[in-house]
Ligand binder design. Structure first.
Ligand SMILES: C[S@@+](CC[C@H](N)C(=O)[O-])C[C@H]1O[C@@H](n2cnc3c(N)ncnc32)[C@H](O)[C@@H]1O
Length: 197
C-alpha cells in the first residue's frame, strides 16, 4: 500500500480534521496515563499528536511513513505543539529506541496487514522506556461486510489482548468508548497497557 499516494489522491477516509473523540474520554477517565515523552505511530496529519501535546504529554513526536502526511502535520501545527518525522515503524531510527514514556495508538495497527501485527507490537515495544505505557483506541470488529476489504483490518478482543501480553505488556484497563466518530460506534476498544517485561 502506498500511503503517500493515498494522501496525494485525497483518498483519506480516516482523515476527520480533528482528533479522535476517544482521546478526551480516555484522558478524563485516566489522566495519569497522559504524560511524558509520547510517540504517535502512523500519526497522519497530526490531530492526535497536537491534542496530546495540549493535554499533558510532552514532548510529543508524530511519526508517519507518508511524506505528505508529515508535511501537512507540520503545516497545520502552526504553534509547534508537537514534532513530526518521516519514520517507517519497521525501520526505526536509533534515536527513538527506548526514548518514550507513552505510545498513543489510533488507526495505525488497523491500517497494517494483519500479518504485520507482531512486528507492530515489537516496534511499539522498542520505542518505549522500561515500564512504558501504551494507550490507544483499536478497531475491534474483524468481521467485514460482504464485499468489504481492509484496511481497516479489525481485530478481535481476544487476539488484541494476546498480542500485547505475548510481547510483555500488562493490560491495565479496557472498555468500549462511548465517544466515537459516526460509523465507528461500538467498533472500537479503548485500551491501556504497561510494558512489564
Ligand atoms: C489509517 S491512517 C491513520 C492516520 C492517523 N492516525 C489518523 O487517524 O488520522 C494510517 C497511517 O499510518 C501510516 N503508516 C502506514 N504504515 C506505516 C509505517 N510502516 N510506519 C509509519 N507509518 C505508517 C500511513 O501513512 C497513514 O498515515
Amino acid at each position: 500500500m502506498n500511503w503517500n499516494e493515498m494522501y496525494e489522491r485525497g483518498e483519506t477516509p480516516w482523515e476527520k480534521g480533528q482528533p479522535t473523540p476517544v482521546l478526551a474520554e480516555m484522558h478524563a477517565k485516566r489522566p495519569e496515563v497522559f504524560q511524558g515523552q509520547t510517540f504517535v505511530p502512523g500519526c497522519g496529519t497530526g490531530h492526535d499528536a497536537r491534542w496530546l501535546a495540549e493535554h499533558g504529554c510532552g514532548p510529543v513526536l508524530g511519526a508517519d511513513i507518508a511524506p505528505l502526511a508529515i508535511e501537512r502535520a507540520k503545516a497545520t501545527d502552526t504553534q509547534g505543539l508537537a514534532s513530526y518525522r518521516l519514520i517507517d515503524l519497521f525501520n526505526l531510527p536509533q534515536d527513538v529506541v527506548g526514548a518514550f514514556d507513552l505510545v498513543w495508538e489510533h488507526t495505525c495497527l488497523c491500517a497494517l496487514d494483519p500479518s504485520m501485527r507482531q512486528q507492530y507490537v515489537q516496534a511499539v515495544r522498542s520505542v518505549l522506556k522500561k515500564h512504558g505505557m501504551v494507550a490507544g483506541v483499536f478497531f475491534i470488529n474483524p468481521e467485514m461486510d460482504p464485499g468489504e476489504t481492509g484496511p481497516p483490518f479489525g481485530i478481535s478482543v481476544a487476539e488484541l489482548e494476546s498480542l500485547w501480553s505475548a510481547a510483555g505488556f500488562e493490560l491495565l484497563d479496557a472498555w468500549v468508548p462511548t465517544a466515537a466518530y459516526p460509523g465507528r460506534e461500538g467498533r472500537e476498544r479503548a485500551v491501556i497497557l504497561r510494558l512489564v517485561s
